[in-house]
Design a protein around this ligand. Structure first.
Ligand SMILES: [Zn+2]
Length: 95
C-alpha cells in the first residue's frame, strides 16, 4: 500500500513538473514575439532622422521626403515619390 502511495506522489510530481515546463516554454515564446517586432523598426527609426538628406534607394536622387518600405528579405528601402508607384506594384509594405 505504501508503494502505491509513493508511486502516486511520484506521478503527481512528474505531472506538476511537466505543467511548469509547458507554461515556462509558452511564456518564453510569448516574450519573443514583441522582441521580433521591435528589431525591424530600429533601422527604420535611425533612417527617419535624416530623411531629407538621404537619396532614394531606387533612383538615387535626393527627391525630398522618402517613404520607407520593407522588402521581402527584411531589408528597408527609402523611396521618393516617383518610386513609390514601383513599390506599390511590388506589394511592398510602407512602414
Ligand atoms: Zn526614387
Amino acid at each position: 500500500m505504501r508503494y502505491i502511495v509513493f508511486l502516486m506522489i511520484l506521478l503527481a510530481v512528474a505531472v506538476i513538473y511537466a505543467i511548469i515546463r509547458v507554461l515556462s516554454i509558452r511564456k518564453t515564446k510569448k516574450g519573443n514575439i514583441p522582441k521580433n517586432n521591435v528589431i525591424p523598426l530600429d533601422p527604420h527609426r535611425k533612417s527617419r532622422k535624416s530623411t531629407d538628406e538621404q537619396p532614394c534607394s531606387s533612383c538615387k536622387k535626393k527627391n525630398g521626403k522618402l517613404i520607407f518600405y520593407a522588402q521581402d528579405d527584411g531589408s528597408i528601402v527609402g523611396l521618393c515619390k516617383d518610386c513609390q508607384a514601383k513599390a506599390k506594384k511590388r506589394d511592398m509594405l510602407p512602414l
